[in-house]
Design a binder for this molecule. Sequence first.
Ligand code: OAD
Length: 261
Amino acid sequence: MSAPEFSAKLLAKLAEAEMLVAFTGAGVSAESGVPTFRGDEGLWAKFRPEELANVNAFMKNPELVWRWYADRRKVMASIEPNPGHRALVELERIVPHVTIVTQNIDNLHRRAGSAKVFELHGNIERNYCMRCGVRYDDVDVVLEQGIPRCSRVDKDGKRCPGYVRPDVVWFGEILPEDEWYGAVRAMESADVVLSIGTSGIVYPAASLPQIARSHGAFLVEINPEPTPLTDQVDEFLMGQSGVFLPRLVEKVKQIRAHAPR
Ligand code: OAD
């Protein structure tokens, strides 16, 4: 008889959970075909983040940075949410309060249908003017026409000279306040936190599971390999999120369906 895939403790915690948070990183999108950052084929293996994902790089060479994001947008447009994303949406139908706190900018949780998503590092589908902050979310950026510039004209008829940039958090930048504080509040009130597909080394995001733990949350990690978080979690499911999540959600659905009201 093989050992049960999920411990009785984990299933009990999920069966009674009122508030669940899924804390996700690039690994949850890996099975959709989105490259992670630090794997062998990871983005940072090919590009130096200092040359791309920071404001100095953008000011030095906006064309290069825009081209990199435009290429990533093309990848995102050609892929779909995977069974891991969809299992988290399914979880919303069986656990009263489910919050997604993601480090990903790929928009896949929203496209899968997750209702409550905090995007700590922004969203590659959105843009804004660096100078005046005007949003250009549904503007189709056509780099052949040059670097997108702000089109706002002030009351004196003067045009804003700002560059339009992707609405993603670059190295050294602060995280969007509403997203950060929303994520902290969710972690502080979570019964269960699933840390899924993150190497857990980029702060301040990586501090969130500890915040949850210090407030009594049951901490689960899903990852094909151990991370710095692994020896602090209550349960480590070693494997792919697109495989584990659908099976875990199915199990919890069965248990909650038979639970006495
Ligand atoms: P990483 O690339 O650092 O880590 C991805 C994690 O996903 C690794 O631990 C992999 O083992 C794991 N993984 C790979 N395939 C998986 C699968 N199928 N299922 C589950 N896990 C899998 O990506 P992040 O932790 O998301 O920041 O990186 C955090 C931040 O660093 C990113 O948001 C980005 C980057 O610099 C900014 O852009 C500000």
